[in-house]
Each structure stands twice: as structure tokens, then as C-alpha cells.
Design a protein around this ligand. Structure first.
Ligand SMILES: CC(=O)SCCNC(=O)CCNC(=O)[C@H](O)C(C)(C)COP(=O)(O)OP(=O)(O)OC[C@H]1O[C@@H](n2cnc3c(N)ncnc32)[C@H](O)[C@@H]1OP(=O)(O)O
Ligand SMILES: CCCC(=O)O
Length: 458
């Protein structure tokens, strides 16, 4: 028996024995995204009545965290989160999930200054050299593991072995306790069919992508639509430098669009920090030397992103105001998701030679009573969080067109953004812009036409 197996057997515990190490007052970190520690979470939740003031930090938990469900009033276990999943959003709506603001690329560095008593994480089975692979979630995990006083892994043989890059796994010498999970299949994102609006937006972005461009796609239906369209195009030699690897990257690869031949920074590899999608994606990643996962301080660092020529970043937003500020993570004070890597890629891509960053959104959404609401707003609802400041915004795209805000004055921005608003809201937006002093002064009455730019003297 190898010395690693001897050590494995010594460190092996039941889930209940492992979480008995958690004490009242502890800060407990959870593995990120699909590698959240579901077995240990359930075991910790079962201890809710004997613990006090335990603080958990998770990131995009797949489903509803058992510790939060077990303590709906958040009095004994306080559940915090770096980036909300749909389940985290529900918990936040119910009052027992708290968001932690951060720029994703700064996440690992935050552990230089914050405490962690325990790190609970789902990992792939140990390999013959004693390494547990972090699978689909490289992210901030190595920084947490280095800081935590105890590292407890739960082994799940459905987690793919994802090659690095670096910081893609942890050695048994750095692990305190090991638990065998019940080996559930990894969480899968429901597949979405692009809407007609997604497709119109995707077409506008396709005009800006060229052979050899390096692609980042954000989370949500719209970036996925662009990925699908790229797969069906005749673009060649695309590169990949992205925070999240999603199913559409597999489609693009299988269609022969991706070679990473011209990627400057991680040549010949699809570089990413976490993956979330369907089993097709997880199978694609397993022991695939064409893919390299890196910790997020590397992949999302804006100066690294900007090393790639013709970098194209495509991300989704909730609302944009007439100043060009982007709100992508809340609606008023209702927290929806997080800043994640949106700022990192919007800033980094613009600074790449030939780089472009696109913030996409449908021009309208529907309110509770089914009424149409413009997503291009004069100002945000009080409490809405700004994810990208106006100084950093580059291109904004709706189904009515795309506008580049760089170098534009306040009135030019208002004109440009109103030109891509839904036609039913344009007059109202002009009136608001006038009141706000970001419309051209004078006695002429400006009218926005429904197609193209823009101003017509009445
Ligand atoms: C991994 C990477 O993405 S890389 C870097 C990018 N990171 C980011 O862009 C982070 C910020 N962006 C995001 O989180 C997402 O892109 C979003 C939230 C903007 C859009 O994501 P989608 O999955 O397409 O959003 P979806 O339409 O499902 O809406 C999510 C929630 O927001 C709510 N929402 C969306 N738009 C609005 C709006 N204009 N007003 C009010 N609520 C809204 C929806 O109602 C939904 O809430 P629910 O689940 O309670 O019904
Ligand atoms: C925390 C990362 C998720 C995102 O950027 O959207």
C-alpha cells in the first residue's frame, strides 16, 4: 500500500465525525459552484442546535444550502455568499443569505486579510501521486485552502479531473480530513434555447468577432446564444480566455472554431477558472489537455486579459442608465447575483490590442403585472448596485443596435443609449434626459426615430 493510501485511511472520517471539528464562532468556507460540499453541508446543518455564531461563506451554491435552510432566522449559522445562484437568491429574498461584495480576481487576495477556520470542499478521487483535483472549480479555492486552519475534503468520483494551469488541486499532505460523499452527479445548469431577442443581439456581436479573436462569455442566456452562433459560423482559430467555461465552448470546439493558435497569454489552451453546464461539458473537461484551469487571480486579472489580441468579452446586464452605468447584480436592493468577473473582463478586454467588451441586455423586461419596463433607465431605482461604472463601459447592445460609449459626453451617451432603447420608451427617456441636464440645450425639439440614429428636428 502506498504511503498516500496509508495517510488516506488515517484521515478518513464519517461526515458527522468531520463536521464535529467545527466550533461555535468559526468561519467556515465552502467549495465553489458545482464543487460545493453537499454531504458536509447536510452534516453541518444537522448540528444547528448545538452551534452558535458559525459563519459560512459559499459561492454560487447549487440549490439551497442545508445550513441556511436549517436556520431560517440566521441566528445560529449565518450564511454568506460571494455570488448568488438561483437558490442563494431565494434564501436572500427570505432573509437568510448575505452577499459579500468583491471583484472576482481579487478573491484569492482577500484571504490574506480574512480568517478561515475550516474549508469544506468536494474534490475528485485522489490520484496515484496523492493529489485531489478541484475539478470544475479552481476559482479561489487554493487561497482558501492555504488560509483555513482545517481542510476537509469530500470525495466525489463524478468530479472530472481538470488539468491546470495551476492551483487546480490539493495534495493529501495539505488535507486534514477526508469524507466519502454519496457520489451524486454534479449539478447541471438547465439548457436554454436562445430567444428571438438573444439571437438579434448575438447577430450584432458576431459582426465584431474576427478570425483569431479571443473569447470570454459571461453567465446567462444571451452570451450562450453568441456561443451557439459562433459554432454555426465559419470563424477560424478562435482563442478562449474566460472566467466560466460553459457548454457553448464545447459546441464551438467541436465545430472546429477554436484552436487557440493566436492566444498570446495561455497559447494553445482554453484558459478558464470554473466550469458550469451540462454533463457534456464535464465529460469534455475530464483529463483534457487542451483545457487549463487557473485560479481566478490569474484568469480574471485585467492586465492578463488584456494580453490577448482581439479579446472579445460578452456579458449580460440587468439595467443601464442614461449615464452609461451598468447594473448587473441587483434590482433596487434586491440582490440577484454578483459583480463576479463582469468588471474584470469589461475593463481587461477594452485594454487588449483590438479588444472589445460588450454589455448586452434586452431593451425591456416585464414587471409583476406583465407590464413592459424599459431596461434603459434615466436613473436606477434607489438601491440598485453599479457593477460597471460609466468610465469603464465600452459597448452596450440591445436588440435595437449597439453603441460604443468610450469618449462620449453625457449628452452623446444619452442619445446613443436612447437610440437602442425600445421605441415605446424613447420619447419618455428624452424628456427625462432633458430634466437631468444631459440633453443638448436649445429650443429645438428632438425626436428619436425608431430606426438608426437618431435626432430629427421637429
Ligand atoms: C461567469 C461569468 O459570467 S463571467 C463574468 C460575468 N459575470 C457577470 O456578468 C455577473 C453579473 N451578471 C449576471 O449575474 C447575469 O448575467 C444576469 C443576472 C445579469 C443575467 O443572467 P440570466 O441568467 O440571463 O438572468 P435571468 O433572466 O434568469 O434573471 C435572473 C434573476 O434576475 C431577475 N431580473 C433580471 N432582470 C431584471 C430586471 N430588469 N429587473 C428586475 N429583476 C430582474 C429575474 O427576475 C431573475 O430572478 P428570479 O430567479 O427570482 O426570477
Ligand atoms: C463568481 C463568478 C460568477 C460570475 O462572474 O458571474
Amino acid at each position: 500500500m502506498s504511503s498516500y493510501l496509508v495517510s488516506y485511511n488515517k484521515k478518513m472520517r464519517s461526515p458527522e465525525q468531520a463536521v464535529a471539528e467545527i466550533r461555535s464562532g468559526d468561519w467556515v468556507d465552502y467549495g465553489n459552484f458545482a464543487c460545493a460540499p453537499l454531504t458536509l453541508d447536510a452534516a453541518l446543518a444537522a448540528r444547528v442546535h448545538e452551534l452558535e455564531d458559525v459563519k459560512v461563506r459559499a459561492m454560487t451554491f447549487p440549490g439551497l444550502a442545508a445550513v441556511a435552510k436549517a436556520d431560517p432566522s440566521a441566528t445560529r449559522i449565518i450564511y454568506n455568499n460571494w455570488h448568488f445562484s438561483g437558490g442563494d437568491r431565494k434564501l436572500h429574498d427570505a432573509g437568510n443569505c448575505f452577499y459579500i461584495p468583491f471583484l472576482f480576481h481579487e478573491g484569492p487576495g482577500h484571504y490574506d486579510v480574512i480568517d478561515s477556520d475550516a474549508f469544506l470542499v468536494a474534490v475528485a478521487p485522489m490520484d496515484e501521486r496523492g493529489y485531489f483535483n478541484f475539478g470544475t472549480s479552481n476559482s479561489i479555492q487554493m487561497a482558501v485552502a492555504r488560509k483555513a486552519k482545517k481542510v476537509i475534503v469530500e470525495v466525489n468520483r463524478n468530479i472530472p479531473q481538470c488539468y491546470g494551469g495551476f492551483n487546480e488541486g490539493i495534495h493529501i499532505d495539505d488535507v486534514d480530513l477526508i469524507v466519502e460523499s454519496d457520489h451524486k452527479p454534479l449539478f447541471q445548469l438547465p439548457s436554454s434555447t436562445p430567444s428571438e431577442i438573444d439571437t438579434r443581439i448575438a447577430r450584432l456581436i458576431m459582426e465584431e468577432i474576427q478570425d483569431g479573436s479571443c473569447i470570454q462569455l459571461g453567465i446567462g442566456g444571451m452570451p450562450n446564444a453568441v456561443g451557439k452562433m459562433i459554432a454555426e459560423s465559419d470563424l477560424k482559430d478562435l482563442g478562449v480566455h474566460t472566467e466560466m467555461l460553459a457548454d457553448s465552448f464545447v459546441d464551438m470546439f467541436e465545430a472546429g472554431r477554436i484552436t487557440c493558435k493566436y492566444t498570446r497569454y495561455c497559447p494553445g489552451k482554453m484558459a478558464y477558472t470554473f466550469a458550469l453546464g451540462s454533463q457534456k461539458l464535464y465529460d469534455f473537461l475530464d483529463k483534457n489537455p487542451f483545457c487549463a484551469s487557473y485560479s481566478v487571480d490569474f484568469v480574471n486579472k485585467p492586465s492578463n486579459i488584456s494580453m490577448n489580441e482581439n479579446m472579445v468579452a460578452i456579458n449580460n446586464a440587468v439595467e443601464v442608465d442614461l449615464f452609461g452605468q451598468i447594473s448587473s447584480e441587483s434590482s433596487g436592493p434586491r440582490h440577484i447575483s454578483g459583480t463576479g468577473g463582469q468588471f474584470d473582463y469589461t475593463f481587461g478586454a477594452y485594454h487588449a490590442p483590438g479588444g472589445k467588451s460588450f454589455i448586452c441586455l434586452s431593451s425591456t423586461t416585464k414587471g409583476k403585472d406583465g407590464e413592459l419596463i424599459s431596461r434603459i433607465r434615466p436613473t436606477f431605482t434607489p438601491g440598485s448596485i453599479i457593477t460597471v461604472p460609466r468610465t469603464v463601459t465600452h459597448w452596450v447592445v440591445t436588440e435595437y443596435g449597439k453603441v460604443n460609449l468610450k469618449g462620449k459626453s453625457t449628452w452623446e451617451r444619452a442619445e446613443a443609449l436612447i437610440s437602442i432603447a425600445h421605441p415605446d420608451f424613447r420619447d419618455e427617456l428624452v424628456e427625462e434626459a432633458q430634466k437631468m441636464g444631459i440633453w443638448r440645450a436649445g429650443d429645438r425639439k428632438h425626436k428619436i426615430q425608431s430606426q438608426g440614429l437618431l435626432l430629427k428636428t421637429a
